[in-house]
Design a protein around this ligand. Structure first.
Ligand code: ATP
Ligand code: MG
Length: 384
């Protein structure tokens, strides 16, 4: 009898001709996430398993696997030889705490002598015999004993299903650039889009000495936490101080934030093109603050037209964003006090519905290309 972890994939089964590619990528991502833990990932009889691991690292393996996008669920299972006596013998040793249960038999091996329905009833009787207070409930069961009889002469028996992250395998959609601030929203936006298969690089704009070294450290910590899900992040640190000073000096104050955000987009688009990144991702959310109205986002969208901007949180309620931030472990860092460069030179009355022509008129008071070139030439890259 061997202990194994049985892995279940999700939507990639819908991917038709590309299925092989999605499956290979997922397996490679799984192996990568388990690279520091001694175990094997194997395919056998149409199923994927983690095998040959020591009991002491089982929990660590499971925690890692629950963070791999594309996996829907997993089960700890025992692998035994497929014979009626063997399976009945094993099931008769099982004791359960639950009140209700059902047995599900999947008979992939059509040579197995008992049909699924019949075997479910037989095994149900075996369980009841050994667990006097348990009751069968086919619909509202607390516990499901699943018995998967495969063509390779092995049967896999499990009693649990642990939910994993779901989504699409990381990198199957390419790679994007996350605008990462120190707030709650942008790390969640990165998580959401990575879940759809986009690997992440990230860019952070800082305004030292107006913003502190600590604010920078905070962003590095957030990026590090995201790597639990996205493996590796190239973090571009872009000094924004001079650009902000120039906007402050030359442009009408109520346009400060709008113009600043357009610079962020222009710089991000160049970083994308230079590094083959296919999309810009932000944590913007409709109506949350003055810079997140439809009109403000129109202004930021037209700052560049080469790279699409994805805003996965556009329609989320703050409370729902906070729940995800908590789940992925970024919330505790995001809530630490910090200054964002957006809070430097913050005008008293930022314009809420900027007109694009007026924004461009204000922006043209600056030597845009020179400011951007200077900022890009000073970017520092951190491998997280
Ligand atoms: P967050 O909680 O993600 O900071 P927010 O609610 O504070 O978002 P804004 O400050 O308006 O909203 O920022 C909107 C989005 O712009 C952020 O989610 C992030 O993607 C991007 N952004 C803001 N500040 C920075 C920064 N200093 N560096 C990189 N991206 C930033
Ligand atoms: Mg912010």
């Amino acid at each position: 009898m061997n202990k194994v972890i049985l892995l279940r994939f999700g939507e990639l089964y819908l991917k038709g001709k590309n299925r092989g590619y999605f499956e290979r990528t997922l397996i490679s991502n799984i192996k990568n996430s388990l690279k520091n833990l001694s175990c094997h990932v194997v395919k056998s009889s149409g199923r994927y398993f983690v095998t040959q691991y020591d009991e002491t690292i089982e929990l660590q393996i499971i925690v890692k696997l629950t963070k791999v996008f594309g996996l829907v669920s997993l089960s700890r299972a025992v692998e035994i030889d497929s014979s009626v006596d063997n399976i009945v013998g094993y099931v008769s040793t099982l004791k359960f705490d639950a009140k209700t249960f059902r047995v599900s038999v999947n008979r992939a091996d059509k040579n197995f002598p008992i049909k699924s329905n019949e075997f479910e009833r037989q095994l149900g009787a075996v369980v009841l015999n050994n667990n006097k207070t348990l009751k069968v409930d086919l619909k509202n069961y607390e516990l499901e004993l699943s018995v998967d009889i495969r063509e390779n002469g092995k049967t896999y028996i499990s009693t649990e299903k642990i939910k994993c992250a779901g989504g699409m395998p990381l990198s199957t959609a390419g790679e994007g650039l996350l605008l990462l601030s120190g707030g709650i929203d942008s790390p969640v936006a990165g998580y959401m889009i990575a879940k759809r298969g986009l690997s992440l690089s990230a860019i952070h704009f800082y305004s030292f000495p107006y913003t502190s070294e600590l604010a920078k450290e905070k962003v590095i910590t957030l990026a590090k936490k995201l790597t639990d899900y996205v493996g590796h992040i190239k973090l571009y640190m872009c000094k924004f101080t001079h650009i902000q000073e120039e906007i402050h000096k030359h442009c009408s104050p109520e346009y400060m934030i709008t113009i600043m955000r357009r610079f962020m987009m222009k710089i991000s688009a160049i970083v994308c093109k230079q590094n083959n990144l296919k999309a810009i991702i932000t944590g913007e959310n409709l109506g949350q603050v003055a810079s997140q109205t439809v009109e403000s986002m129109t202004s930021t969208n037209f700052a560049q037209t080469q790279i699409p901007i994805f805003r996965p949180l556009i329609a989320f309620d703050k409370q729902d964003i906070i729940i995800i931030a908590d789940k992925i472990g970024t919330l505790e860092t995001s809530v630490l006090p910090y200054e964002d460069c957006c809070t430097v030179f913050l005008p008293k009355n930022p314009i809420i519905k900027p007109k694009l022509e007026k924004v461009i008129y204000e922006e043209n008071k600056l030597d845009i290309d020179k400011l951007i070139d200077d900022a890009i030439s000073q970017i520092e890259i951190l491998e997280i």
